[in-house]
Structure formats: C-alpha cells, structure tokens
Design a protein around this ligand. Sequence first.
Ligand SMILES: [Zn+2]
Length: 81
Amino acid sequence: MNMEHIETLLEKKEFHCPVCGNRRYVTDHGHHEWTVHCSSAEARFWDFERGTMAQRMAMQHWDQSRLELFFTVEDVLRKLE
Ligand SMILES: [Zn+2]
C-alpha cells in the first residue's frame, strides 16, 4: 500500500469532497488507515480569522470532508481493476 494507490483512488469522483466536490488529499495515515480531507481553499479553516463565521464554516467543511480509508493492499488492487 503506497501513496500512489491512494492518489489514484482520490482522483475518482466518488472520493471527492461531499461538500464542494473538490479533490481530497491525505492528511494523515497509519499502517492501513488513511485520513483524507478536502483540498479546497474554503475548507482551510486555519486561513480564516479565528472566531469568525467564515472560520466556523470552513471548519465544518473540513470536518465534513474527513474520510477514513481502511485498506489492505488486496482491496486497493481490486478497486483499481
Ligand atoms: Zn470541500
């Protein structure tokens, strides 16, 4: 299981952000567990001023775009077929 496999999956529409439809990217990973989030500027809550409505909305966007992927190498190969 490597980064290239995940990148290929994330290209697919069904793995895009449910909020805005933008591509998601890997923000954290363990052995068989990958966390992805929206790559859109609107989800980058840390770019907004703290305590503002805009920041709250961005944070919500970020949370809603969170997806955890649990894969074995076999799972990934099957999906890529
Ligand atoms: Zn999004």
